[in-house]
Ligand binder design. Structure first.
Ligand SMILES: Cc1cc2nc3c(=O)[nH]c(=O)nc-3n(C[C@H](O)[C@H](O)[C@H](O)COP(=O)(O)OP(=O)(O)OC[C@H]3O[C@@H](n4cnc5c(N)ncnc54)[C@H](O)[C@@H]3O)c2cc1C
Length: 594
């Protein structure tokens, strides 16, 4: 029976028929691999996700973590067991260098592998997700000793990692963090402060937890330019407990199996050498920690997009199954009340909801894998121009790959509930949990609003607009290819070409306003319009990859492309018109009237 987590057929199409990741094996970094090893990793991922992760998804939702009186955390046993199986299969090591004990697989494949786990169990997979991002940051900016000490055990699954940015009063605005790191004569630091919302912040699932903490070293510049990155292990090299205390667990709407914590650093709960203050170690240079953390956050943002996509995808597949077996009502042209009721999928409006979901989740998966391939290109392209083009494109697409799936694959989950009718609202079915789990994704790793500001305020203007130009050039190349085909394809190509040109002129008009407040007032609308344009591009790419191929799978790709171009892309026109008019409705709204 086909999986209701993800579609392996779709992954094969996207990875091999469209992105041609088998060709990556001709590059030195991946030369030990082949299509066979890639397939084996995908098979193994699907199997472990199905047998070890999906099986406790509902149980961990119903039994959220509890803080025991001694400060330890009670979690259901299945979480630790599943993570152990995952680590023993070598999957944490997927994308890391062989010299660190990694498998040196392409990031594209590692992401596809991880998507199985995210679809099966968002909460349990998050422990790995954070640790991999943490280890990646340390590989990039840590010393050889720090890598040996922390990254190797993380790759083996013995240590886990966190990212500690947020504080109770500083979430979106990290300039306002108050956590301090005071240098010590031996070169270490003592960290004091409170961090809020820290995922995986405490538990007994691993021998150690390496917290990557944003803190200010006294005397440094004000604002984000004075933020440093400090690694604070829960246990110090001599196994002494470090002064990091779990103050409490947050009770969440979804993702309940991931502990989410309020952590006190250095409050004296576990004094080290009889002195309070958590012992920490500076990563890289002082005061530039936020730029290092962005390395982790950018990776995490692509990962959040994948998480949203995977949850949307599994909800879609489950509602598709349901629509085939649930019988209700009769087709509009059948008037005989004694006739057999039709399956839900026979109704055009149910098909609309299925097509919408398909176009969102498969479009989002295509974008996620495309961006992952850009990471591979950036790291392994054989010429500098290709690597730098991939970097530019990745930079401009990062807010989109994080936000678009978080918005529209959440909408897919809402539609999956709708397809189930009343049963979708009940906890007996999976889809209500997928919705709750997915609702986090527009909030963390930079809210939707912050991604809009990042895209319009930074990404499309830095380097004199080179990122936006790289995106428009890539879209243009797909349009040119599509224009050479039949009339239907040409029609979609022209529609995409038109909105892409309007996006360019709207961006220019917004920045010509010479008033930053007006330019950025509707940046979320800009993000949403740009997102729909990018996904239309992803659909035209898939349409081209399916061209001339027959069978239900390819017909499905064409149906979803038609849906996206006819029902979704036209939404962009009014959004761009509003933006180009420099509308001030939101800016001028009186707080008293809200
Ligand atoms: C389940 C969960 C897990 C998390 N995991 C982690 C973690 O592991 N590590 C970590 O460090 N953090 C984590 N976070 C924190 C998360 O990143 C923050 O919640 C997020 O950055 C938003 O910050 P905030 O909650 O303080 O909201 P606020 O910053 O107060 O934002 C509230 C609203 O105001 C808007 N807003 C804020 N500032 C602006 C602005 N300048 N312009 C326009 N709009 C604005 C936001 O878009 C949002 O809609 C997690 C959060 C949750 C809920």
């Amino acid at each position: 029976m086909a999986s209701t987590l993800l579609s392996r057929r779709d992954l094969d199409f996207l990875l091999y028929e469209w992105l041609d990741i088998a060709a990556l094996t001709s590059r030195a970094r991946f030369s030990e691999h082949s299509r066979q090893t890639f397939d084996a990793v995908l098979d193994l991922s699907a199997e472990i996700a199905t047998k070890q992760f999906a099986t406790h998804n509902k149980k961990s939702d119903a039994n959220e973590p509890v803080m025991r009186p001694d400060g330890t955390v009670e979690l259901i046993d299945e979480i630790g067991h599943a993570l152990q199986v995952f680590a023993e299969a070598g999957l944490i090591a997927a994308q890391f260098d062989e010299k660190l004990g990694g498998l040196q697989l392409p990031v594209t494949l590692a992401r596809a592998s991880m998507a199985w786990f995210q679809a099966a169990n968002a909460a349990t997979s998050s422990y790995v997700f954070l640790s991999v991002a943490n280890a990646n940051l340390l590989v990039e900016f840590g010393t050889a000793e720090q890598i040996d000490q922390w990254v190797r055990p993380m790759i083996e699954g013995r240590y886990f990692g966190t990212m500690c940015l947020s504080e109770t009063s500083a979430g979106s605005s990290l300039a306002d963090i108050t956590t301090k790191a005071v240098p010590q004569p031996d070169g270490s630091y003592r960290v004091t402060g409170t961090k809020m919302w820290i995922s995986g912040g405490d538990h007994e699932l691993a021998d150690n937890i390496i917290h990557l903490v944003l803190a200010k070293i006294p005397g440094g510049p004000a604002g984000v330019k004075g933020i440093s990155l400090i690694a604070v292990p829960k246990f110090l090299p001599d196994d002494t407990r470090n002064d990091v205390a779990l103050v409490g667990l947050n009770h969440k709407m979804g993702n309940r199996g991931t502990t989410n914590t309020l952590l006190n650093f250095g409050d004296g709960s576990f004094p080290v050498g009889s002195t309070s203050g958590a012992v920490g170690y500076l990563i890289g240079e002082p005061h530039v920690g936020l730029s290092y953390m962005f390395h982790m956050m950018n990776e995490a943002r692509i990962g959040v997009g994948f998480l949203a996509t995977a949850l949307g995808y599994t909800g879609y597949l489950k509602s598709l199954e349901y629509a085939k077996v649930r019988r209700q009502g009769r087709p509009l042209d059948v008037r005989d009340p004694t006739s057999e009721p039709a399956a839900l999928i026979e109704h055009a409006d149910v098909r609309r909801m299925l097509l919408a979901q398909k176009s969102y989740v498969e479009g989002a998966l295509a974008l996620g894998l495309y961006c992952a391939k850009l990471v591979d290109e950036q790291q392994t392209a054989t010429d500098e121009a290709s690597a730098s083009r991939a970097g530019l494109l990745l930079d401009v697409l990062t807010p989109v790959v994080k936000s678009w799936p978080s918005q529209w694959c959440l909408e897919a989950n809402s539609l999956a509930i709708q397809v189930h009718g009343g049963y979708g609202y009940a906890r007996d079915y999976d889809v209500e949990q997928h919705y709750r789990d997915n609702r986090l994704n527009p909030i963390h790793e930079g809210t939707h609003g912050i991604q809009g500001l990042d895209l319009l305020g930074r990404k499309v203007v830095i380097h004199d607009g080179a990122g936006l130009r790289a995106l428009l050039t890539s879209i243009e190349s797909t349009v040119t290819q599509a224009t050479a085909l039949d009339d239907e394809t040409k029609g979609y190509a022209q529609a995409l070409d038109k909105v892409a040109a309007t996006l360019a002129s709207t961006t220019a008009a917004l920045w010509a306003a010479d008033d930053r407040a007006v330019t950025l007032a509707n940046s979320s609308v800009y993000l949403e319009a740009a997102g729909h344009i990018v996904i239309a591009w992803m659909w035209l790419e898939q349409w081209l990859a399916a061209a001339g191929k027959t069978g239900a799978f390819y017909a499905g790709k064409r149906q979803a492309t038609r849906y996206f171009f006819r029902y979704e892309l036209p939404k962009v026109g009014p959004q761009l018109d509003l933006l180009a008019s420099l509308d001030r409705t939101t800016l001028d709204a009186e707080p008293e009237g809200l």
